[in-house]
Design a protein around this ligand. Structure first.
Ligand SMILES: Nc1ncnc2c1ncn2[C@@H]1O[C@H](COP(=O)(O)OP(=O)(O)OP(=O)(O)O)[C@@H](O)[C@H]1O
Ligand SMILES: Nc1ncnc2c1ncn2[C@@H]1O[C@H](COP(=O)(O)OP(=O)(O)OP(=O)(O)O)[C@@H](O)[C@H]1O
Ligand SMILES: [Mg+2]
Ligand SMILES: [Mg+2]
Lengths: 168, 160, 160, 168
């Protein structure tokens, strides 16, 4: 199972549909302060089923919807889709009969989040399970937020142990 | 439960010691369970001794040394159970140029050992130069983000 | 008690708004007392709107924007009651080159307005170039620190 | 009142007597990770009467004594002195009759800290007062530790207010 493309529409500062191609090896992401780099990581964790608004730097889940800018009105929905190459057919049963899996999450103001896998409505829990079975997901220790290392350094020994539990 | 956690601990500790000595060019480091004999209740302390320095807990090291040590821990966990994707958001900010280079050497090593795809968000010129490709995020229109492909040579202009 | 805190708040808030708009080249910002009507019990929230973006709380801004905003707050407090000495330990780590330059412009302004002596610990080449003089700390002998005077031109070698 | 020189002996990694000259304007301090830059700021806060070992990254106050290195044995005391130019005679009464004030703090293993001002034994509290009256001191908001801005960003509004109290 390999991740190949992340598409953002109306997600935080990415109001226009934007594709991030995910290739092998090391891909660098650069740009000035505040231009949207961390928003890309948040979009990835969000489409994988992130449930805690605090982990998205927000007060509520709707904070990820594009809120408007100098010359653009606010949107009323945000959508992120992740395309997964499944040619090795290691996806869980129920998702394992195609070469490509496209996981999509959309949140609509005052309505809430809805997930689809290859256009079929899917429960949040099944999306989370799909990624957990692939040794990844919104809480994967391999997704290191900005400032998370400082938190790990300052954490009490009890809270640091959670890092180990993700490996078990 | 307890069995699995102890097995994971052993493996991660071995990886951690190995990665620490790689990143620091020597020295010693260990994970230690503290505050309880029960692994399900214990906390995690990190003891380290960079080359030529005294053994001490993580909190007594410098900011850059603490960051490099935590990177060794994060990748020790990663090696025990590699994920298809790994994203690192400005983890190299507190590192000097020599340590950023060692951090990038470790990323190259992870690329050799696993199929994992890496996204590395950075402001560091040294890190940018070590990437296989670069994407730039810009806000030409205020408040609106766009993604562009960046020529590695032109990268310096974009970061400023 | 309450009176003094409110007067200090007014002054710091005015300084903060002024410094924020300087550092961000525009926009708006304000300190707000929250969670209680009693200033001795209330908490401090920070509302900010960089140019062209939406007004939001500090936690929704980017890492670099949050850092620049906190520097505006720290120096807003400083201006209200300047100290003889100010030491800044790697406060510029999350800033890109353009923002580091604005941060250094603010330091120059503080030098003009006060008699304060500044010690600025940094890994940033842009910051180093803006200093009046540089000291290097080295560990030629493992575990033993020494202080040396550094030629501004030779500074790049020392940071790596 | 102007600070002019900080001298460290046996303080953390500065085992040999080391002078940091403090001049007007902007003085930069550079060097690789772990070489001792932050130890300089800690020495300054320590000589001004810092009482919290946690604020010195240590478990106990004796953690500031040089603990030894590859080719050097541990020391049994640490000393820091701060020279203040008092030509404008604004120091508090009792300290105000000389052009220069030298504040010294020494900690000896198993004995504890002792303060002197111009070679005269002084109580910790009077040293703290001296600096407080000069709008500085170990807890001055103008002394920004490494990582302190991240703490301010993540702090609950109640804890952030302490910054303001220092200005009042
Ligand atoms: N719902 C939203 N609608 C529009 N813009 C948003 C929304 N949420 C966040 N933003 C904007 O996104 C920007 C933050 O982007 P991000 O955190 O990705 O920056 P960054 O590139 O990581 O910067 P840094 O280098 O400082 O970490 C903020 O300036 C914020 O105004
Ligand atoms: N009591 C002590 N005796 C000897 N060495 C000590 C003592 N306490 C701390 N050190 C050493 O001082 C070093 C930390 O120095 P410091 O934090 O000043 O580094 P730094 O230059 O600020 O680095 P960075 O750029 O990573 O922040 C550590 O490597 C530690 O081993
Ligand atoms: Mg960011
Ligand atoms: Mg430091």
């Amino acid at each position: 199972m390999q991740f190949s493309r992340l598409r953002l529409t109306g997600f935080k500062s990415f109001v226009d549909p934007t594709d991030l191609m995910i290739s092998t090896g090391l891909t660098g992401v650069v740009g000035p302060n505040g231009c949207g780099k961390s928003n890309l990581l948040e979009a990835l964790r969000w489409v994988m089923g992130e449930t805690r608004a605090k982990a998205m730097r927000g007060g509520g889940m709707e904070d990820v919807i594009f809120a408007g800018a100098a010359s653009r009105p606010a949107r009323n929905y945000a959508e992120v889709s992740l395309v997964i190459d499944n040619q090795d057919r290691v996806a869980p049963a129920g998702f394992n009969d195609s070469d490509t899996l496209e996981v999509t999450r959309r949140i609509t103001r005052d309505v809430g989040s809805a997930y689809k896998v290859n256009s079929k409505d899917t429960r949040a829990r099944d999306v989370q399970m799909l990624f957990a079975d692939a040794a990844t997901g919104a809480t994967s220790p391999a997704l290191v937020r900005q400032g998370q290392i400082a938190e790990l350094i300052n954490a009490k020994p009890q809270n640091r142990r959670k890092v180990l539990e993700d490996a078990a | 439960g307890r069995e699995r956690l102890l097995t994971a601990f052993e493996q991660v500790n071995a990886n951690f010691t190995m990665l620490f000595t790689h990143l620091f060019g020597g020295g010693e480091a260990n994970l230690v369970m503290v505050e309880s004999d029960d692994p399900l209740e214990a906390g995690l302390e990190i003891m380290c001794q960079p080359p030529g320095k005294k053994l001490s807990v993580l909190s007594l090291m410098s900011g850059g040394e603490q960051t490099l040590t935590c990177l060794a821990l994060i990748f020790a966990v990663f090696m025990a159970n590699p994920s298809p994707i790994c994203v690192l958001d400005e983890v190299d900010a507190p590192l000097d140029d020599a340590n950023v280079t060692r951090f990038c050497d470790m990323l190259d090593e992870m690329c050799r050992r696993t199929e994992t795809r890496f996204l590395v968000i950075t402001h560091h010129a040294v890190t940018m130069a070590r990437m296989d490709r670069l994407f730039g995020v810009t806000m030409q229109e205020q408040g609106v983000s766009q993604l562009v492909s960046v020529d590695l040579k032109r990268a310096e202009k974009l970061v400023a």
